[in-house]
Write a protein that binds this ligand. Structure first.
Ligand code: NAD
Length: 319
């Protein structure tokens, strides 16, 4: 198959691109490198540097005879979406719509979209974990954008015959995540510890999240490529982990015995978030989710190597 991965220079998209290549597909990555890095794009892919909100991708989709679009490009920072909702909407809503229109005109009708569970469902109602039928009342522009893109995909499926696969991710972690920003607490803890800084926890650390290993998403996407099903699926582990417990697990994986620093909780932070993902496992025939301890072992090993080579570069003689 011929596949476009938007956001393929980013954390999740680059893992997707690598797996599709390994499965024998041809892969084209489209990314504006706003948070992504060219070095993350796997060898063997074609790279097109473009902003999905600016560029009409119809000629590329036609030229490359693209069958499947894995749409992972997005402005992903929830707080940035609050401070600049127009920027968020341009990148996420208008960018996605421009992409889907290009798909419609080029006849590329199979689209997978990276949505979110936590930001759509908010504080869980009626018990945890939250299933796909949980009410969606986002309280951030980022969540509003994801929901509206899901609705557009519904329109393209019903009216234009698209095959649409919506993956509502929980909190994703794994090798290659960016630990410099505001999202991705596992990467942030790893980078802080390995750089000798005190890891920070917002609030009392009792807030819970559902941490899913990126390898599990990749397996789900590989299955999605080769099924003719459309659907909306949660991708989480169904297990709730507090930030304090997560910190202890990361510290154990990195042999760190320091204490975190607790900082004030920003307003609006969710207390609990955990997704019921039994539907995707049944529909796409997926194996058990990777246990947190195993995923953190792989992730901490990646960050150890990364920080080690950064330090070697810093101390290497210049010139
Ligand atoms: N990481 C998570 O826990 C998580 C959870 C839920 C949903 N998601 C979704 O998964 C997707 C990938 O997230 P990620 O964690 O890999 O983030 P990321 O920032 O590492 O990747 C996003 C990529 O998209 C590119 N990009 C951003 N805006 C673009 C634009 N307008 N045009 C072209 N490229 C653009 C960036 O350069 C980057 O390479 C996003 O859609 C995100 O909303 C992620």
């Amino acid at each position: 198959m011929n596949i476009v991965v938007t956001g393929g220079a980013g954390f999740i998209g680059s893992h997707m691109a690598r797996r599709h290549l390994a499965d024998g597909h041809r892969v084209v990555v489209v990314d504006n490198l706003s948070t992504g890095l060219q070095e993350k794009i796997p060898q063997g892919t074609r790279f097109v540097q473009a902003d999905i909100a600016d560029v009409d991708l119809e000629p590329l989709l036609r030229e490359e005879k693209i069958d499947f679009v894995s749409h992972h490009a997005a402005q992903i920072d929830v707080r940035h979406s609050v401070s600049d909702p127009l920027f968020d909407a341009r990148s996420n809503i208008l960018g996605s719509l421009k992409l889907f229109e290009a798909c419609r005109r080029a006849g590329t009708k199979h689209v997978l979209f990276s949505s979110t569970g936590g930001a759509l469902y908010g504080e869980p109602e009626g018990g945890v974990p939250a299933p796909e039928s949980h009410p969606t009342d986002p309280i951030s522009p980022y969540g509003c954008a994801k929901l509206s893109i899901e609705k557009y995909l519904h329109y393209y499926r019903v009216i234009h015959g698209f095959q649409t696969q919506i993956f509502r991710y929980a909190n994703v972690y794994g090798p290659g995540q960016n630990g410099m920003g505001e999202a991705g607490v596992v990467a942030i803890f790893c980078e802080a510890i390995l750089h000798g800084k005190t890891p920070k926890i917002r609030g009392d650390g009792g807030q819970t999240r559902d941490y899913i290993y990126v390898g599990d998403l990749v397996r789900a996407a590989a299955a999605a490529v080769s099924t003719d099903r459309s659907g909306t699926w949660n991708l989480g582990t169904g297990k709730e982990t507090s930030v304090n417990d997560l910190f202890r697990e990361v510290a154990r994986a990195l042999d760190y015995d320091g204490k975190p620093e607790y900082t004030p909780l920003p307003p609006g932070e969710q207390r609990r978030s955990v997704l019921d993902s039994s539907k995707v496992r049944a529909d796409l025939g997926l194996p058990d989710w990777t246990p947190l301890s195993q995923g953190l072992k792989e992730t901490s090993a990646y960050f150890r190597e990364k920080v080690k080579s950064e330090k070697q570069l810093e101390t290497a003689p210049k010139g």
